[in-house]
Ligand binder design. Sequence first.
Ligand code: GAL
Length: 955
Amino acid sequence: MKLISLIIFPVCAWMLSFTLQRTLGQSTLKTFSPDLQFDNYSLILKDQRIFLHSGEFHTFRLPVPSLWPDILDKIKAAGFNAISVYAHMGLINPSPGVMDFDGYRSLSALYEAARLAGLWIVLRPGPYINGETTAGGLPHWVTSQIRSELRTTAADWNAAWTPYIQAIIGQTKQSQISNGGPVIAIQIDNEYDQEEGGPYFAEIEALYRDPQSGIDVPLTHNDPGMLNAFINGTGAVDLYGMDAYPQGLVASNLSIWNPIEMGYHTYHEEANPSQPWYSPEFQSGAFDGWGPDATGYEDWRAVTDADFESVFYLHTWASNAKLVNYYMLYGGTSWGALPYPGVYTSYDYGAAITEARTLTKKYTELKLQGMFLRSSPEFCKTDWIGTTSSNLTEGAIVPTGPPSSPAFVTFLKNFDTGAGFWIVRQNDSTSLALSSFKLNVTTSGGERLTIPLIASSIDLDGRESKVVTTDYAFGSKSRILYSTASIFFAGSIDGIDTLFLYGDSNQEHEVALDLSGNATSTIKNDTHFQLSSNVLPSTTIITVKSGFQGLIPLYESNIQSIFFADKDTVSTFWAPTIAPTNSSDPFANYWSFGTNETVLVGGPYLVRSAVITGTELALRGDLNASNELQGTSLTLIAPTIVHSLTWNGERVSLESTENGSRIRTGRISNTKVSIPVPDLAKAAWKFNDSLPEVQADFDDSDWVVANHTTTNIPFPMYYGDGRILYGCDYGFCENVVLWRGHFNATGSEKSVNLSINGGAAFAASVWLNDKFLNTTFGNSTNNANVIEETDEKFDLPTNALLVGQDNVITIVQDNMGINEAKPVNDDAKSPRGIRGFQLNTGNFTEWKVQGKVGGYANYPDKVRGVLNEGGLFGERQGWHLPGFNTSSWISRNISAGLPSSEAGVGFFVTTFDLSMPKSYDVPMSFTFLEPMGQPYRMYIFVNGWMMGKRVANLG
Ligand code: GAL
């Protein structure tokens, strides 16, 4: 008996370690097409593992397809290899039976631009997308015509989305990776609850998976939290993912930095261990709401700044995620009626690329991270070994000063190659203190080292995270033993194994490796550097002491080049992919698929592309003309065959640096230009009244009679006489809708009660004949104190009544968009319109309604689409369109406002010439010089496009 129990004990221990490590080095391969597989580690495209490093970009929020390549270039240049894109059913399928992929609605143009840029695409076509857009992306005809609950298996809802998804399939199947295109996954709907949505998901999935559809990429989903939705059971997707917004989306106290969430890795191991760990939306900023005290995007950018990216994004890597998408990488503009009522026009999002397409410090941090990921194929297949708080035997943190627990480490290891990734951060992820420590690692030799060996410590700034590497390969034949310096680039340039390290100049850094080849330069011991070759066998340790600034070759030979730069210097560097010329490979411009060739270029604001023809390197990129007018110095690490350089077609002379280094320098000259900015306050403005509806002779006989007595909008009228006055029931859903209620006055009418629903922060003004009565308005202060409907009594002045005649109550209603749908409620069927109407005595004889010309079924402006216009008289006449002849209008200064002292609607029109110099990209915006507070609303049309809505007392 004794013997048996002795045997059982080790067996149990062995089983325990087997369960914990059962997948170490093992994979669970799933194949979708020969070009697309995944296992428990990562996606495998064309037999290559990738870390899907992706940013969210909604092309409909930049309705100028010719600018999409600009965003894609910027994404690519930061080392990303993918984008994630919502398609907007409301724009693509604006009317029943109409599918429109023209202009900014195009998917094929996006696919081609992404392929040329070398970026994969995760397509997220809904049907429901949320995304702070009206009705969460559902068409307004759907929110008013479909009787049943949306996002269920109801037959009428199924009939509504089926043609749309079929059209998405039609646009996409030729652009999947298996057909030489960029699309690698399709998301089903958005953030849904499986119990409610399972059968509905199964219907969408059946359509994609029908062999006739030709779709062969994995179907994915984004769970809003650790809720296990759609992993198994009805409606399960192929690849599960989980969204994370760790700093929240409501800024109640921006000075509080939420700590990191510790549970991701364990959750993944329990939830979907046979799939790679996917974060389809990881926070990169936040949306912002109406209200004078709304947060503002610069504050959101500060809460989610480069420090946030460092700590939270590397923590996501530490959870062993291998597919990560940042929401949003470029936010853009919610122009026209795109926004839901919770947001205003700008969807800048505090993102790394601003609404004006400029690059921020957040972008630079993403570039450093992106270049590391792109350089580190060994990182695509790592096992999670443990953390400081688990029973990690190696990886112990050895403090070298206070605090006593200076850091937290997560150890990820590639068992195929032995490469180790030690992700370190402050123990308290919110700490602003500096910390210093050493780390116990085991390297390939099996030797336990406490690194760094020479430098005094690994240092972390407050809110900084780093990857310390061991046994890390670079180029074709070189391997680092360990590096506490971060890696910007590891690869091959000119057939030479090239490593570009960096680190903060106020910290110490150290790299240990076997230096090989015939040295052409080696760093000398001095105040900044120390070279130790006797400490480890056949390994040289190079220590960078604090205080060094600039770029320096640590070692160069015919086999290896090792460079170091401080963080500020490396931040100016770019590594454009150099595609083979005249290649027929559709993926020629994809890093590691079509090419592994690059040059390293320091200095410019942006390097978009590089081509080597013969001995000439042609770079294309951008300079910052606001502070680089004296010329931009350029640093180049390129193949020796390159003898000459052009920058945007202009020759730049190249100089060698001393001591035979491969580093060369040049200077790009910029020409100073002055950009004339029109002063719109002083421009010649033309004015016309846009509210003839309150004039006595106004004829509304061609308006739609609002006489429905039934509706599919599941909110009953509040009061009235049985008539339903919801604009969308008559085709008029968004922007301004006008109502005219007729009644015959007897003289005893004293007041009218109106309940008006326009969404958070809406407003409506009311007239009796030509007499202004009052304005009623909702509210939203940063999505708090929301009022989306009012119920008010409007007194009718006796002297304005036309006794014995037809009188008209005119309502000009400004709608704020349709609510988003939460799972299982029909919020997206908002009852925008007049929910109650009652005279104190007598009845309305007739109600008439007018929104944009043609309503959602027959609107004429197919270019700008269904969400651009509303129903103001001027819009119905086309006054907002370019070229409209205003010569008969009166001149009026815009700062004079409307002629009426009470209320009204007017159109101001001016034209101006931007006369931008050629090849300058000049971000411009409208600036309002008046303080906030005046109770007026303004729609700003630029060449007919409604590009801004101002509520002068709300934002
Ligand atoms: C997510 C949602 C996105 C967007 C985001 C907040 O939950 O999936 O569509 O709404 O929140 O910006």
